[in-house]
Unconditional design. Structure first.
Length: 270
């Protein structure tokens, strides 16, 4: 797995709102300065100027670029040229060719179209890609649909398929996967449930769109004291045992030990 870790909670901030940059960076584990969907076309020049004049911590800053298929992409890169920011998120990434202009950058490839999801494995294999992220609403729109979620708040099957495909592609390439945003801001219980599922499934990070969502994501990724203690104890017991063994009423083998190691990694990030 790549060493890239900025999470677990990545907070989007519109690039045309520079007065929010520092507060967003302070509240989250990393801030995503968004030059794409969060900025109206007529405001993009001012947003790029604000980005160029900012002074955030490069180790905790991601810049979301417009799609490589747009005229805005080259302008975004020009704005980045004299900044210290070298981690970018490429919107609507659809294939390896989209990444050729990003040498020198660490890239989170955002798979949010049908073509991008289908080519997730190709994107993940690119050397400068450090993570994949998926996006539900743009994906469903690219298919001609009207919404990624059912009335009960759960994802439709096509969105779940995309989520799984992007996660598997990232894992197969040894890259991290970032789970999509939860757009129902007041529904913190729904966010918590989805974030816990992201943890259990293997997503290394989750993006969010409002500061109130940050702590909910952090709490989901932070193991409980009982989970952390079990992980320590079972790994210690594994040093004294050989092969499969029984511990606290459970059969323990290789996958269980790897789960325990992941638990301690998450505890260390908290």
């Amino acid at each position: 797995m790549t060493d890239f870790v900025m999470g677990p909670a990545l907070l989007f901030c519109p690039a045309d709102r520079p007065e929010r940059y520092a507060k967003a960076a302070e509240r989250a584990d990393a801030v995503i300065i968004d030059l794409e969907d969060a900025v109206a076309p007529e405001d993009k020049p001012a947003a790029r100027q604000a980005l160029a004049e900012s002074a955030l911590d490069p180790a905790r800053t991601i810049v979301r670029l417009n799609s490589a298929q747009t005229h805005d992409f080259a302008k975004d890169l020009e704005a980045l040229r004299d900044t210290p920011y070298r981690t970018v998120m490429l919107a609507k990434a659809e294939g390896a060719a989209d990444l050729w202009g990003l040498n020198g950058f660490e890239v989170i490839a955002l798979c949010e179209t049908a073509r991008g999801v289908m080519n997730a494995a190709e994107l993940a294999e690119e050397p400068n890609v450090v993570a994949l992220m998926w996006g539900a609403e743009d994906l469903v729109a690219s298919l001609g649909g009207t919404g990624s979620r059912r009335e009960d708040g759960g994802y439709r099957d096509v969105a779940l398929h995309a989520r799984s495909q992007v996660l598997l592609a990232a894992g197969a390439a040894g890259k991290h996967a970032v789970d999509a945003v939860y757009v129902n801001i007041p529904d913190l219980d729904g966010l918590a449930e989805e974030a816990r599922d992201a943890v259990a499934s293997g997503f290394g990070m989750k993006a969010c769109i409002h500061p109130s969502q940050v702590q909910v994501i952090r709490d989901a990724y932070r193991p409980s004291e009982a989970e952390e203690q079990f992980a320590r104890d079972v790994l210690a017991e594994a040093q004294r045992q050989g092969g499969v063994f029984k511990f606290q009423g459970k059969m323990v083998d290789g996958p269980i030990l790897r789960h325990a190691e992941q638990t301690l990694r998450r505890a260390g990030r908290g």
